[in-house]
Design a protein around this ligand. Structure first.
Ligand code: NAP
Length: 288
């Protein structure tokens, strides 16, 4: 355990609740491995206290912090600058203190694309099918655009929310066409999918026997496709098991979690983060 002294610099994660966050252990393990004089704290903040908390963080000289549910959007007007990526996603998950105030960005995008970049492919002709239209789906859309994908199909169950999702991209000028569909259209779309991403929580612990995709539908998935589930607990969801049976390449959400944290740490410390130690810490916490 590293020593916290009068010179130790402060980092943390704000949320409500924040007790179950895996980030404090992951970041403090990374900090210890780098041997730097920082500590990363869980900071439980109620929505009604957000503005006063951010002002207080300035007063106590917090260097930076992560943001989790429910503050990812609410924090945006409290920052002096928001990166283009975070503007595109419409949410901030990482904040850094600068001379001119708080600067916010979104490292979920970098986290999401990291395991895809490792596959070293040309993504320009990739047909992406995204299940769900919540906060994570927004990071997926921006991430796929960064990879160079130009066609994204988004599946949802509420027609109104689907069209709001589609319209929300109009002002962003992303070089991508976003098509929206109800779940009934998935059987037709899935056979053409090169990258199928589950951003719904269906299949997450404890509902591990559920999948967002019906058995008869997943059978239409090509063996050449990539199935990516943002869920990291369990490590192999029912959805990923189904996709594996089709011969598809599968990815779970663990690497996204590791890499979003590593990207945040790099912003705060300006040093290359110990990604292997961060990954190991998460695996231990998830297994423990
Ligand atoms: P969110 O904003 O609440 O969005 C959830 C989406 O799933 C919504 O579109 C919702 O549609 C849909 N949905 C929920 N239950 C459904 C069901 N039974 N059938 C069909 N659609 C359903 O949540 P989020 O922040 O995007 O997170 C989504 C998932 O991604 C979670 O499992 C989370 O753990 C994971 N995630 C992982 C990482 C990572 O680092 N690996 C990062 C972020 C999120 P309605 O609005 O119609 O309910």
């Amino acid at each position: 355990m590293q020593l916290i002294t009068g010179t130790t610099k402060l980092l943390g994660v704000i949320g409500d609740p924040v007790e179950h966050s895996l980030s404090p252990v992951m970041h403090n393990r990374a900090i210890a491995s780098l041997g730097v004089d920082y500590v990363y704290l869980p900071l439980p903040i109620k929505p009604e206290d957000l503005a006063v908390a951010i002002a207080g963080f300035k007063a106590i000289g917090l260097v930076g912090f992560n943001i989790t549910i429910p503050h990812k959007q609410a924090i945006m007007p409290l920052l002096s600058e928001v990166s283009d990526i975070a503007q595109g996603v419409g949410a901030v998950n990482t904040v850094y203190r600068t001379n001119s105030g708080w600067w916010g960005t979104n490292t979920d995008v970098a986290g999401f694309i990291s395991p895809l970049q490792a596959l070293n492919r040309d993504w320009s002709q990739t047909k992406v099918v995204v299940l769900g239209y919540g906060g994570a789906a927004r990071a997926v859309v921006v991430g796929c655009t960064q990879l160079g994908c130009t066609k994204i199909h988004v599946i949802g169950r509420n027609p109104q929310k689907l069209s709001q999702f589609q319209q929300s991209w109009d002002s962003t000028n992303l070089p991508v066409s976003i098509n929206i569909h109800l779940w009934q259209q998935l059987p037709e779309l899935i056979s053409q999918a090169d990258l199928l991403v589950n951003t719904t929580p269906v299949g997450m612990y404890p509902d591990i026997d559920r999948s967002p995709v019906e058995e008869a539908t997943i059978q239409r998935l090509s063996a050449k496709a990539i199935a990516y589930d943002l869920i990291y607990t369990p490590s192999t969801t029912k959805f990923l098991q189904q996709a594996q049976q089709q011969g598809a390449v599968t990815l779970n959400g663990l690497e996204m979690l590791v890499q979003q944290g590593a990207a945040a740490l790099k912003i705060w410390l300006g040093q290359t983060p110990p990604v292997d130690i961060m990954r190991q810490s998460l695996q231990e916490q998830l297994q423990g």
